[in-house]
Design a protein around this ligand. Structure first.
Ligand SMILES: Cc1ncc(C[n+]2csc(CCOP(=O)(O)OP(=O)(O)O)c2C)c(N)n1
Ligand code: SF4
Ligand SMILES: [Mg+2]
Length: 357
């Protein structure tokens, strides 16, 4: 998500060639880190944190120009572990989308990333998620999906697959909510699924999401090593590694980079993104074209979650107007406007009252 090119300000923006240890903002990877993680060792969420750090570093987004939003859950703690100089807000369980919508409206110059969990999004936060997507709030919305409520000791969440088993042996009888299908149905213009262990794909998707203008939904399978990483789980590392079927190969090339040879050679589908940069989809074996909405639906509906774990960019619609575009919000962040530009003078109020007499 971003509301403008998430480039840099000051000297970094004009710097022609990045040095190897710093990015185009003149910052090192260490500048993109956060507090040490307090999550269980091996938790998928920490792997996603590292991918987020890499993506923001490689995109050269300055950390103080980033808003980090989250709800409640182990996943929602993630925002503390990256970009310590960014602006963080840990909202109530399931209510992050509403708070993020307000933040985005208050300051359109910030790049906003929301990190949520499958419980935070698909259970308690479902209503909020639906309206955020429907409004096309410019946000990179990452769901760290482990199929359980990790923080409250591993109950099934609404994304748990039917037939999957808890450590206690309990079987999930209910069908899952598929967040990708739902997001496409709601009109989302950037819908992807990934796996925390598939770093290359995840970083490419995150970079593309940073360059996208609107809601980007990244549903990332993120194993909970403490409560849902056993045999019989469909959200474990082993299950992910054994069943992942990337629907295509992806690469993202920022506006200031030249395309990788690997993508030039393959007659890739290329889609330019609003804030600069191009996503490349390798055309191997009739790979899914993410611009085809009907094909994306078909692919998701016909896949069997018990045996297939499809990852990649399902749907991409780059030109879709975001909430800020639809509302024609002023270029200057609303939060920076002086009171005389946000509150009509008394004479205007008096004229309105007079007109009602
Ligand atoms: C209003 C409210 N209801 C319930 C809870 C208890 N609670 C905290 S986290 C959580 C579930 C978190 O699951 P998920 O979003 O999947 O995150 P994970 O811990 O698995 O990463 C629940 C039910 C709460 N904190 N607030
Ligand atoms: S309980 Fe699960 S989700 Fe929470 S930190 Fe531990 S491994 Fe991660
Ligand atoms: Mg969870």
């Amino acid at each position: 998500m971003s509301t403008q090119t998430p480039a840099t300000t000051g000297p970094a923006a004009t710097s022609p060639a990045p040095k190897s240890s710093v990015n185009r903002a003149g910052l090192a990877v260490a500048d993109y880190k956060g507090l040490p993680s307090t999550l269980c060792k091996g938790c998928g969420h920490d792997v996603i944190t590292n991918a987020i750090i890499t993506a923001f570093y490689e995109m050269g987004v300055e950390p103080h120009l980033v808003a980090k939003m989250s709800g409640i859950g182990c996943s929602s703690k993630t925002t503390a572990y990256f970009l310590s100089r960014g602006w963080g807000f840990n909202a109530v369980h399931g209510r992050m989308p509403a708070v993020a919508t307000g933040a985005v409206l208050a300051n359109k110059k910030l790049v906003t990333i929301g990190v949520s969990g499958d419980g935070d999004t698909a259970s308690i936060g479902m209503g909020q998620f639906v309206h955020m997507v429907r409004r096309n709030v410019p946000i990179i919305y990452v769901v760290e999906n482990n199929g359980v409520y990790g923080l409250t000791k591993g109950q099934f969440s609404a994304t748990a697959d039917q037939g999957s088993k808890l450590k206690s042996g309990e079987i999930n009888d209910l069908p899952p909510v598929d967040l990708c299908t739902l997001a496409i149905e709601l009109g989302c213009g950037f819908v992807a699924r990934s796996f925390s262990a598939d770093r290359k794909q995840l970083v490419a998707l995150l970079k593309a999401a940073i360059a996208y203008d609107g809601t980007s939904v990244l549903d990332v399978m993120s194993p909970c090593v403490t409560f849902n990483n056993h045999e019989g789980s469909t959200k474990s590392y082993d299950y992910g590694r054994d069943h992942e079927g990337p629907i295509h190969e992806l690469g993202f090339v920022a506006g200031w980079e030249s395309p990788d040879v690997e993508f030039k050679d393959q007659e890739s589908i290329q889609v330019a993104l609003p804030d600069g940069g191009t996503i490349f989809v390798r055309r191997v074996d009739g790979a899914h074209d993410p611009r085809d909405k009907a094909a994306a639906f078909k692919l998701l509906r016909e896949s069997n979650p018990k045996t297939d774990f499809l990852t990649g960019l399902f749907y991409l619609e780059p030109g879709k107007p975001s909430l800020l575009g639809m509302l024609k919000v002023a270029d200057e962040p609303l939060a920076h406007l002086p009171i005389e530009r946000t509150r009509p003078p008394e004479s205007v109020l008096a004229a309105i009252i007079e007109s009602l007499r």
